[in-house]
Write a protein that binds this ligand. Structure first.
Ligand SMILES: Cc1cc2nc3c(=O)[nH]c(=O)nc-3n(C[C@H](O)[C@H](O)[C@H](O)COP(=O)(O)O)c2cc1C
Length: 203
């Protein structure tokens, strides 16, 4: 393919990645899931440290337990004047008792990294974006899930995460809800969102 055409298609493809928050129960076949995870594993990392740890949860029982525990822990939190807007939503929804932070996705890919490593969030973000783009290429829906990061030092959640394979020196810096979108045609919504921010200064 001509370089110009390739660049244009790439940009269109990047613009077509949108978040999915309603999923079908349908499982994601192993070979498809593997491609998404490989996209994450092939993300760049600071100093090529490759220290992102991917914890892939497909067991419904485990996903339900995580949602229940997160809801219980959020419900205990008090909202302060400067509490981050999305966290306020999570706390309020949890206090009402109907909150499932991972939208009942069939697969949750948690990205953890070394807690004392300066690029921990940045490396996880690169892996997550790679996986979101790969998911889109495979007609899967995905969305970044931040709640486990907010509960990073919460003793209940930390304990469960350690049971699920998190190492002592690791913490969660993001996660990806993944699955087949619950849309009429079964495909992800791909209409780009207008850019109203993200200013650019050219010198
Ligand atoms: C760092 C980061 C954290 C996010 N956390 C969440 C989250 O916890 N739950 C959620 O539903 N969406 C989350 N999102 C998705 C954003 O809300 C979404 O990307 C944004 O509204 C733009 O919509 P789009 O992804 O469809 O383009 C997050 C996105 C980023 C980049």
């Amino acid at each position: 393919m001509d370089g110009d055409i390739r660049a244009h298609s790439m940009l269109d493809f990047i613009k077509s990645r949108r978040s999915t928050r309603r999923f079908k129960e349908k499982i994601v076949p192993e070979e498809i899931l593997h491609q998404v995870i490989e996209a994450g594993r092939y993300a760049p990392s600071g100093g090529n440290s490759q220290s992102t740890h991917f914890i892939v949860i497909q067991k419904k029982q485990v996903l339900d337990k995580l949602a229940d525990l997160a809801r219980e822990e959020f419900a205990k939190m008090e909202i302060q004047e400067n509490t981050y807007k999305s966290l306020v939503n999570s706390i309020n929804a949890s206090k009402k008792g109907n909150y499932v932070f991972h939208y009942n996705c069939p697969v949750l890919i948690i990205t953890a990294n070394k807690k004392d490593y300066g690029n921990n969030i940045a490396d996880c973000a690169c892996a997550l974006e790679n996986m979101m783009l790969m998911a889109n290429a495979l007609d899967l829906g995905s969305v970044w899930i931040n709640q486990l990061r907010w509960l990073n030092e919460n003793p209940v959640i930390l304990n469960v995460m350690k049971e699920l394979g998190l190492e002592e020196d690791e913490r969660v810096y993001g996660a990806l809800a993944l699955g087949y979108p619950d849309t009429q045609d079964g495909l992800p919504v791909r209409t780009p969102l207008d850019r109203t921010g993200n200013i650019v200064t050219y010198i």
